[in-house]
Design a protein around this ligand. Structure first.
Ligand code: SF4
Length: 205
């Protein structure tokens, strides 16, 4: 589930967004990691299954970038954050030391993670709000923000980020070169109708 710890571990990063309002409460930074061993049928991010690719980045550099972004915290998603628990535990701990919040998405069930190794325990320890459980495409969640399917559990590991109400948001970013990128959640039919014909990257949890 996790690599061994070093003093400044490396995280294989698929994407970093400095500011978004679509990946958790408030304005947050978001880090998508490369690699997922769970591979849920219907996952929106099959390009993140492989551990090849992404950009190896030190925990120290990621912490600095989150803090410099000036947001209320960071959201970790993927890919599977707990497949890189050592590196992300270091990132989450550093972000928390800076007074910011940490939200982590995982395809693992919370009871399974509770039996994990010390790196898994460290990432849980540094997470305020965990959204846990695999994506189940026949149980789409149309009611709760950020959750992809109704089986996924919101686990409040601290008293911060208690407010998980509000709308699901889909955030569309268009660069000056015409690239279109999405953050947030919408069901597949809505996405297909919205994006028909557009050259889009679709990072999802
Ligand atoms: S939904 Fe998440 S846990 Fe499931 S395959 Fe996709 S990235 Fe992995």
């Amino acid at each position: 589930m996790a690599a061994s710890s070093t003093s400044d571990p490396i995280v294989r990063v698929a994407r970093f967004v400095d500011r978004t309002i679509a990946e958790g409460p408030g304005e947050r930074s978001a880090i998508w990691v490369q690699g997922c061993s769970i591979r849920c049928p219907g996952c929106f991010n099959p390009h993140l299954f492989t551990t090849r690719g992404g950009t190896p980045t030190s925990a120290t550099d990621l912490i600095a970038r989150v803090v410099a972004a000036g947001t209320s915290g960071v959201t970790l998603l993927g890919g599977e954050p707990f497949d890189q628990a050592a590196g992300l535990a270091a990132v989450a701990s550093g972000v928390r030391r800076a007074g910011l919040t940490v939200m982590t998405f995982t395809g693992y069930a919370y009871p399974y993670l509770q039996g994990g190794d010390r790196d898994v325990a460290a990432l849980l320890e540094a997470t305020d709000l965990l959204v846990a459980g695999p994506f189940e495409q026949d149980r789409l969640d149309h009611d709760r923000p950020w959750a992809g399917s109704t089986n996924q559990e919101f686990v409040h590991l601290t008293d911060r980020l208690r407010d998980v109400t509000g709308p699901d948001r889909l955030e569309v970013t268009v660069t000056t070169s015409g690239d279109v990128a999405l953050n947030g959640w919408a069901d597949p039919e809505t996405l297909d109708a919205l994006l028909d014909g557009l050259p889009v990257r679709r990072p999802r949890r």
